[in-house]
Design a protein around this ligand. Structure first.
Ligand code: GLY
Ligand code: MN
Ligand code: MN
Length: 461
């Protein structure tokens, strides 16, 4: 939690920017896993946390901009709840801690909105990503569920994105707490991994570090010897000598700010010659991308530069051919790098993704490409001081995709399929660091974590 003044000033700025109407911000509810009372780990909505800071299920906040009034709706605990949950602060007490003087029962929301609709008040809300919140909005606004998302308020989305995109020093400090725990997780992975262990065994150890750090995992850990599959989490697969382990993990701080780091290291004490060459290609792309980070530079250009460098390196290894820039313009490199270079980081790992990439990652004059690879770039806009983002180049050898492209001779002018065939079982590698954009350039966030993974693995294990 930040100070009361922080939350008050964030809301004042929001009111000023939205200008008129009612702003409705929905907190999250508990979510049942397999029967009603067996819940998933609770995660409050990030925008609700940003403006109200209350980490509690089942709340709705309404800000009446014209009346300059703020109300938190929720149900206070009953004696029955206290039996199961022990004593808790009241909603009234929690609201007062963040500068909101008025709380009301949830049951009064129906008539509140009926009144607002009768008066034809403008009602601003964000696109809901949880079905129960979508259904609540549908009922309050007397509109079919299918129409709700398209009615989300663009002025509200833009006002929230404008504030949450620029991290204050106190937010950067929280992000660094998440990253520092993530660094500990990465060190543990590189220290503990041994041939004969399962991916799941190692991933379990990392989660205990995240919990010990005061928060929890910010997203399900990706820990795999099949790093070529981008969202392969972990499985009972046994680590074997000669394989590469890709670890992409993130701890959240106690206040829910996320870290997000990736390292790839050999199960054996050193990389094979092939692995070492490929790692060097990725690192050159990483270094070139990092050198470009400064205000005013479009992240799309950083992405394209990294792609071009990856293509140059692959050309050097004989896997690609022709002009690297032209290969990237046509999307040929996407066989090996089918995703974006990075994304905003903050309360969410993919920060504000629920609000829409067109507002978070793209300027009004930028449209998202539909080209394979580039269509997955989440962040393209010009960088500003205060942005926190990831840089995460990788090289992925997905045998199914290689077969598909090879059979159809896709971009055959740029890809040496005969050579690529020898890499079908290579797997995938990625490196990922988190950066703050400063007025002068950028700063890598968190405690240092080695990037020379062969040296580090030999030292650590
Ligand atoms: N861990 C998710 C990502 O790196 O985007
Ligand atoms: Mn990331
Ligand atoms: Mn990651």
């Amino acid at each position: 939690m930040f100070t009361k003044e922080t939350y008050v000033s964030r809301r004042n700025r929001l009111k000023k920017q939205v200008g008129s109407g009612l702003i409705v911000l929905l907190g999250n509810e508990q979510s049942s896993m397999n029967y009603k009372d067996n819940w998933y780990h609770f995660r409050q909505d990030s925008t609700f946390l940003y403006f109200f800071g209350i980490d509690r299920a089942g709340l709705v906040a309404v800000i009446d901009v014209e009346a300059n009034a703020e109300v938190i709706f929720g149900e206070e605990l009953t004696p029955d709840d206290i039996v199961w949950m022990g004593p808790q602060k009241s909603i009234r007490e929690q609201a007062s801690e963040i500068g909101v003087g008025l709380t009301k029962p949830l049951a009064t929301l129906d008539s509140y909105f009926q009144h607002a609709l009768a008066k034809k008040r403008e009602i601003h809300f964000l696109p809901p990503y949880r079905p129960e919140n979508l259904l609540k909005l549908s009922s309050w606004l007397q509109t079919a569920p299918a129409s709700i998302k398209s009615m989300a308020s663009v002025p509200l989305i833009k006002a929230v994105v404008a504030q949450r995109s620029i991290k204050t020093p106190e937010e950067v400090a929280e992000i660094e707490k998440g990253i520092n725990t993530t660094v500990e997780m990465q060190i543990a992975a590189a220290t503990l991994a041994r041939a004969g262990m399962t991916e799941a065994e190692l991933a379990g150890q990392l989660q205990s570090i995240a919990i010990k750090g005061g928060g929890n995992l910010a997203f399900p850990t990706i820990l795999t010897v099949n790093g070529q599959i981008l969202h392969n989490h972990y499985s009972p697969t046994v680590l074997q000598e000669g394989q590469l382990v890709l670890v992409d993990c993130g701890a959240a701080s106690a206040t829910h700010y996320s870290g997000d780091l990736t390292r790839t290291f050999p199960v054996s004490s050193s990389f094979s010659a092939k692995q070492k060459e490929m790692y060097a290609v990725m690192m050159t792309a990483y270094e070139q991308a990092v050198a470009m980070l400064k205000p005013g530079v479009k992240y799309k250009d950083v992405h394209l530069q990294a792609c071009t460098q990856l293509a140059e390196g692959l050309k050097h290894l004989g896997l690609m051919k022709g002009d690297a820039q032209e290969a990237v313009a046509q999307g040929a490199h996407a066989l090996f790098f089918p995703c974006g270079l990075g994304h905003m980081l903050g309360l969410d790992t993919h920060d504000m993704e629920d609000l829409g990439e067109e507002y978070v990652g793209y300027a009004e004059d930028q449209t998202k490409s539909t080209q394979f690879g580039l269509k997955s770039l989440r962040l393209a806009r010009a960088l500003e001081p205060g942005f926190v983002l990831t840089v995460e180049p990788g090289l992925y050898f997905n045998p199914d995709l290689i077969e598909l492209w090879s059979a159809e001779k896709v971009h055959a002018d740029f890809i040496n399929y005969e050579q690529v065939a020898g890499y079908k079982d290579f797997g995938g590698i990625r490196i990922e660091e988190d950066f703050l954009i400063t007025p002068e350039g950028s700063r890598v966030l968190g405690n240092p974590l080695p990037r020379n993974m062969e040296e580090f693995r030999q030292f650590a294990r």
